[in-house]
Write a protein that binds this ligand. Structure first.
Ligand code: ADP
Ligand code: MG
Length: 684
């Protein structure tokens, strides 16, 4: 049997099982082998019957003493059998499986596995799994550590165990080591064949760990190797732009502040990229408020001053408009025309903008997803910037790039990730980090309180507003029911209007029309509105330095990264700022999140913690990043293995980038097998 064969070829897989397995994404023999257990159960201990005690689960081998009896009590059908071994006897019972009366035969030995309990002073094992015992024979489900698989309707653990065992036995010859032998040896890995067998049916804990280590290593190694290759290819993409002017002082002078050392350093990276003759693919990560916009603006200026166009894509209308206002104003001083493109614009306005873009009159183009629609034609797009990249899929980033002829790419994100993970998640990007905040920022005091603090909190806000400051109040978003959210935000605003009598309270939510949103935001920017009640539409990027209080209601509903983003809306000026997290939740994890917020203001620490609490799947949203789904590796827990992988992969790549050496023949084949079909998903 070949690994590429259809699972229909496996014994015991008929049409029905085949289609059920297909539903689980299992099509080929290889898929079947890589249908890894989600858990294990240790059934290696055979307990003497006399040692069975109530309220625990036991595996034992025992002989049926008598024919089972069937008792019917109303709707309950109870099958009971007495079984014994050399040490004693015990009752086993099953509910509503009357046919078992005839399936189990007196005088025969069986494996049982189930939970013991005491009923009316009588010890019994309830609904145990059972299987005929063959002396000296091996069982797949008993007397060993057994795999527990993810299930779909109509497939049982027993069936899967049998089918997978069958598959392993018939393919041992086929499973080969694609890693070069010197790596296997140096890393002290078990061979792949052993690993596959042991991951399904481990002989011991130790064997399991070695098997898993090997398979995780393989999975991460292949991915890392492919990313290195792709990065190598992308790096070589020539860029024929003509960059004569590299003086960006006009724009940095116009900014009105001195760039921090961190900002300068990142700009140097960007300058180097842009003048290298190759296409730039750079990710700039920096905590909220670290000043990523200024870096983007300076980079944009660099290309615009050489006659080219630059596009900046933001994830929300609010953020796009804000960028348009601040960047537009700045660029106007420098004689650069900026246009805004977003959904909900008047047709006339929009056509004008499109025309300006097409003719190249507009040099700086700012917008939302509208920037990547077919109707947008750029004259000479040379730099594509995406702000708050974690909100965009890789696909969208790529579409924007495709609007120019190999434009440079700059991606900005406030979701910091550990470096090791960055290499995987943004494998195709070079990374620069803005690792310090602009001077003069004060620590944001963060408090976690319950709803009984509301009136004190309102008093505090009133006092600050009287001093001229502004406040945000964030209402929770419950995704399943947006209507209720709106109601919550709108009604809460009404309530607050009567609390804050002399102040201007306004509401902002995602369902408002673009111009309504804009006028509320304008009111807040200008200081007209004192208190802004909002759903999370303002989560990313919004910059109103005069706002110094961030209240988050039902704070337990937010993940750590979102809380950190929200908190980042304050503390942007020189005034002392506060963040108040309101929650009545008693949930342990929620409390832990809120405590983390009170303890630290470092985005790096917070994202570490977030990863730890949520796991990488939820944190990164695999789909968003277009990463292939991991079959066995866990990007967070397996960082130690990932580190080894990265070192090894880089060495291997340096020695033989395109994998043409004989020792790498199988490796190359494997990479092509996996990634050819996946390349599109990877968006590379
Ligand atoms: P983020 O990195 O979250 O996108 P922004 O770019 O919005 O941060 O910048 C946050 C605030 O810091 C803005 O008000 C911006 O004008 C200000 N800022 C940025 N760089 C500096 C600097 N070097 N010195 C002083 N203020 C700065
Ligand atoms: Mg920003």
């Amino acid at each position: 049997m070949l690994l590429t064969d259809d699972i229909g070829k496996i014994k015991n897989i008929g049409e029905q099982r085949r289609s059920r397995l297909n539903k689980m994404g299992v099509y080929t023999v290889l898929d079947m082998l890589e249908y890894f257990p989600r858990d294990y159960e240790d059934r290696s201990v055979i307990t003497p019957v006399a040692q069975i005690t109530p309220n625990s689960t036991f595996g034992f081998v025992a002989r049926l003493a008598d024919k089972p009896t069937l008792t019917i009590k109303g709707r309950l059908k109870l099958v009971r059998a007495r079984v014994c071994d050399q040490t004693g006897q015990i009752d086993v019972v099953w509910f509503n499986q009357p046919y078992l009366k005839n399936s189990l035969q007196p005088g025969k030995d069986y494996w049982f596995f189930g939970k013991a309990s005491e009923k009316y002073g009588l010890l019994q094992v309830e609904s145990p799994e059972w299987e005929a015992y063959v002396p000296g024979g091996k069982s797949l489900s008993n007397g060993r550590i057994i795999p527990v698989y993810p299930l779909t309707q109509g497939l049982t653990q027993k069936v899967l165990r049998g089918v997978i065992k069958q598959t392993i036995d018939e393919t041992t010859e086929e499973i080969c080591d694609h890693l070069p032998e010197h790596i296997v040896r140096a890393q002290q890995l078990v061979d792949r064949r052993t690993a596959v067998r042991q991951i399904h049916f481990p002989q011991s804990d130790e064997a399991f760990f070695k098997a898993r280590e090997r398979l995780v290593f393989d999975e991460l190694f292949l991915l890392q190797m492919r990313l290195l290759q792709l990065k190598g290819i992308i790096k070589k993409k020539q860029n024929a732009l003509n960059i004569k002017n590299t003086d960006i002082t006009p724009v940095t002078d116009a900014l009105g502040f001195k760039l921090t050392q961190a900002q300068d350093r990142v700009l140097e990276d960007i300058k180097k990229d842009i003048t290298s003759g190759y296409v730039m693919n750079r990710l700039v990560q920096g905590d909220v408020g670290s000043g990523k916009t200024a870096v983007a603006v300076a980079a944009a200026y660099l290309l615009i001053s050489n006659g080219y166009q630059v596009a900046l894509m933001a994830p929300t209308d609010v953020l796009a408009s804000q960028h348009y206002d601040s960047i537009g104003r700045l660029f106007e001083k420098l004689g650069i025309k900026t246009v805004l493109l977003k959904s909900g614009m008047k047709k006339k306005e929009k056509d004008r903008a499109l025309e300006d873009i097409r003719l190249g009159l507009a040099k700086m183009i700012i917008g939302t997803h509208a920037l990547i629609q077919d109707s947008v034609e750029y004259k000479d797009l040379a730099l594509a910037i995406t702000d708050e990249q974690h909100r965009f899929g890789v696909e969208q980033r790529k579409t924007l790039e495709s609007k120019g002829i190999s434009p440079h790419v700059l991606v900005m994100t406030a979701t910091p990730i550990p470096r090791t993970l960055g290499l995987i998640l943004y494998g195709d990007l070079d990374i620069s980090t803005i690792d310090s905040l602009p001077p003069g920022r004060q620590k944001i005091d963060t408090y976690a309180v319950n709803t009984s603090y509301h009136s004190r909190m309102y008093g505090f806000m009133e006092k600050l507003c009287a001093q001229g400051r502004q406040c945000y109040i964030i209402c929770p978003m419950i995704e399943e029911n947006e209507k209720n959210d709106l109601k919550a935000a709108v009604e809460y605003t009404q309530e607050l209007k009567s609390v804050f009598k002399g102040l201007n309270v306004a509401c902002l939510h995602g369902k408002m029309k673009a111009d309504e949103k804009q006028s509320v935001m304008d009111g807040f920017y200008s200081g007209d509105i004192d208190i802004l009640v909002s759903t999370t539409v303002i989560e990313v990027g919004v910059n109103v330095p005069n706002a110094t209080v961030m209240v988050i209601e039902n704070a337990e509903r937010f993940g750590l990264s979102a809380l950190h983003q929200l908190r980042g809306r304050v503390g942007r000026g020189s005034e002392k700022s506060y963040c108040i997290l309101v929650s009545d939740s008693q949930n342990k994890l929620s409390k832990e999140r809120l405590q983390t917020m009170c303890k630290t203001d470092s985005g790096f620490e917070i994202s570490e913690k977030d990863l730890q609490l949520r796991g990488p799947g939820d944190f990164f949203g695999t789909r968003q990043h277009g990463l292939p789904e991991m079959k066995i590796a866990n990007l967070y827990k397996d960082i130690p293995i990932l580190k080894r992988v990265q070192q090894t992969a880089v060495e291997c790549y340096k020695k033989d980038p395109m994998l043409i050496l004989p020792e790498n023949r199988l490796l190359k084949k494997k990479i092509l097998d996996i990634f050819d079909k996946n390349e599109k998903n990877l968006g590379l």
